[in-house]
Structure formats: structure tokens, C-alpha cells
Write a protein that binds this ligand. Sequence first.
Ligand code: ADP
Ligand code: ADP
Length: 206
Amino acid sequence: MSEPKILLLGAPGAGKGTQSSNITDHYDVEHVTTGDALRANKDMQTEHGTPREYMDAGELVPDPVVNEIVEAALGDADGFVLDGYPRNLSQAEYLSDIADLDLVALLDVSKEELVDRLTGRRMDPETGDIYHTEFNMPDEEEVRDRLVQRDDDTEETVRERLRVFEENTQPVIDHYEETGDLVRIDGEQTPDEVWSDLKAEIEDAA
Ligand code: ADP
Ligand code: ADP
């Protein structure tokens, strides 16, 4: 398959961003991520307020705002990896009207592991690359020195995001499980092992 349409599901911290980079390095697809799109427009005024008001509290940004972002991004893409959307059933319904998917993959990671991953996550503001204070730091000192922590990766907000995930996004996973479309991947393996499993599923879906 030259341009697959992939939906990557998983809790905050499950490794969606990390694996999306592997996918875009390997396949000629767009990385469509509502989290990055919203972070780039955190102070944009909408009739629902700014994204920041929701994001810094760990709450979901209202559906009309994210649906519009996704529809615009998918409209331009032949193949894509969609990461961070849909996060509730109403977004899942919207998505089913605007896109056909080749693969729906869930990165499965336990809650205890997620808190450690998120509070230790660091980002390179220049490249967007994702690192971790314990599991994965860059070799170059220059890169290490410029890493930043996301505003919402504090323990309190992380716990609220995981609660919001259980309440709103777990039903989305249950939905894809019921329709028989969901492929589960053990997300607690090393990043390379997760990638190897995920790649095999993408090839299988071709
Ligand atoms: P993570 O990678 O930790 O799952 P994201 O970068 O995907 O986090 O999302 C960060 C924040 O952006 C979320 O906590 C939420 O406030 C907002 N957000 C991202 N995607 C959506 C979405 N599909 N619906 C509503 N809010 C979203
Ligand atoms: P998500 O986009 O699902 O929120 P990220 O890809 O940003 O997840 O990963 C969250 C954190 O966990 C990052 O610090 C990343 O370096 C780390 N991480 C990602 N995959 C793994 C893995 N398989 N094992 C250990 N740490 C990981």
C-alpha cells in the first residue's frame, strides 16, 4: 500500500506521536494531529473561547473546533496517520462521514506507565521530536539543553487527562472493538518493538 489511511488510538502517553513519526518517515503520508494543531493555535479566539483554556486544564477542546481542523487536514491528504482524534463518540461519528480508514490500531499501555511517560516527556521545540528524561534523551548536548516540557505534562493535569480519556475516549475504543476494526498493539514494549508490530499491521492491511 503506498498511501495508507491509519488511525492511531491510545491514551495520552501511549506513544502515538513517537510512532506517528515512524509512520511518516516510512510511508508517504501526512501526520494529522489535533494536539499539535491546537498547540500552534492555543490563543486563537473561537466562539467557544481559546484552546488554551481547555488544554491547560486537561479538558477536551469543543468538538466544532477540532472537527474543523481535522476535516481541513484530511481533505488535502491522500494517505495519513491520524493521532489524537477522535477523542469522543461524537468525533468518531464525524470522522466516519469524512474518511475511510485502512487500519485502526490501539497502542495498549497501563495507567501507571502512562503517568511516568507523560511527566518525563520532553519536546524539542525546533524539530518537534519527542524525548523522555529516563527512557530516551538526545545524544547532542545542544539538543538536550533546548528541550522543553509541555504546559499540560504536570502530574495534576496528567491525571485529569487520563480521567477524561477513560470517560470520553475509552468508549471510542470500545466502539471500534465492537465493529471488529480494532487491532491491539502491546505499547509497553520498546519503541522499536512497538514499531515492528505496527508496521506489520500496516503491511497486513494493504
Ligand atoms: P497527548 O499526546 O498527551 O494525548 P495531545 O497532544 O493529543 O495529548 O492533546 C493535548 C490536548 O489538546 C488535550 O488534552 C486536549 O485538551 C486537546 N485535544 C487534542 N486533541 C483533541 C480532540 N480530538 N478533541 C478535543 N481536544 C483535543
Ligand atoms: P502520545 O502521543 O500518545 O501522548 P508520545 O509519543 O508523546 O505519546 O510518548 C509519551 C512519552 O513516552 C514520551 O516521552 C516518549 O519519549 C515516551 N515513549 C514513547 N513510546 C515509548 C515506549 N515504547 N517505551 C517507553 N517510553 C516511550
